[in-house]
Structure formats: structure tokens, C-alpha cells
Design a protein. Structure first.
Length: 175
């Protein structure tokens, strides 16, 4: 489940880079996690992880920067997200009760992630060629994310949505 930022022991700023403001999303965007992530991270006892192609001030203030290859961020974010999901599924690091009670189609999606449909498991090694993020870093992030109360800051508001939200239906995934 998604935790409020004040409940979180891990803050993941995932794909919250902005078209016009990637140089400094902390000061130039209206995204809560971009504006307040560093301040909140210093007040909590958890960690702050920034995932994106540019370090900017948001990432510079993070405990860890997971650097994806600059380019077509929606594809990169998707590959990374699928690899994280692969680790969660294989290691049972997701909320099974929540998935059973509140989702539909999980079995089909799980089969896709595991490669049962297309013969291509979406492993951390698979995403490495797309994102250049080392597989070991993806596994470590997925495990930390799956074992903590995690707040996810993803994309942003309006047409300035960045990173993973830079596509036609992009804002839907972070809902």
C-alpha cells in the first residue's frame, strides 16, 4: 500500500523529472515530493531514493540516486518498474491480501512479468540493457521498497508531468 509521507520509512521519487524544470525540480516544480522531499527526508528516520536520468537538486539531496539512461523516460521507467515488480512477485514482497481484495487481472499481469506469455521474464537483468541501471541495484531497491513503508512520488501535475508520466495516458499509472 501507499503510505503518507509522514508514515514512510522510505521515500521513492520515481520519474519526477520535469520537461522545463529538470535542472532543479526542488525549486521549480509544484510536485510535493520534489519541493519537500529533502526537507521531509531529513525529518524522518528513513531513506530518500531518487530515480531518474538527471540528478538535479532533488537527487543531489537524496540518500541514493538510481540513474536511468537519459532518453525516452516512459520506456525506461516502465522497464525499471516491471523489473521491480518481478522481484516483488518472485520474492513475495507485495501485499497479497490487498491484491486479492482490490485488483483484477493480477494473474495475467503476473504471467506477463514472469515471461509466461511472451517468453521474456522482466528481470532486473532484462531491464539493464534498456535503463543501464545495474541489476543488483534494482534488486536492492525492490527489496528495500517491498520491506518498508514506502511513499512513492511519481510524475507530476498537469502537462508538466515528467519521467514515467510523459506519455498519453501517463498520469493514470501513478494514480
Amino acid at each position: 500500500p501507499q503510505y503518507r509521507i509522514d508514515q514512510a520509512t522510505l521515500l521513492v521519487n520515481f520519474g519526477a523529472e520535469f520537461l522545463e524544470t529538470w535542472q532543479n525540480p526542488v525549486e521549480n516544480s509544484r510536485l510535493y515530493t520534489a519541493m519537500h522531499a529533502y526537507d521531509d527526508a531529513t525529518k524522518r528516520k528513513g531513506r530518500f531514493v531518487h530515480v531518474g536520468p538527471h540528478v538535479a537538486l532533488t537527487g543531489a539531496n537524496a540518500d541514493q540516486w538510481v540513474k536511468v539512461k537519459p532518453g525516452s523516460e516512459p520506456v525506461l521507467a516502465l522497464a525499471l518498474a516491471l523489473a521491480i515488480a518481478y522481484v516483488w512477485i518472485k520474492e513475495g514482497l507485495y501485499d497479497k491480501e490487498y491484491v486479492t481484495a482490490r485488483t483484477t487481472g493480477f494473474d495475467k499481469w503476473r504471467d506477463y512479468i514472469l515471461g509466461k506469455d511472451d517468453g521474456v521474464p522482466k528481470t532486473p537483468e532484462w531491464q539493464e540493457t534498456e535503463t543501464t541501471v545495474p541489476a543488483r541495484d534494482v534488486r536492492a531497491l525492490a527489496r528495500e521498497w517491498g520491506k518498508n513503508k514506502t511513499y512513492l512520488g511519481a510524475g507530476g501535475p498537469g502537462n508538466q508531468a515528467g519521467g514515467a508520466c510523459r506519455c498519453a495516458p501517463g498520469l493514470g499509472w501513478c494514480r
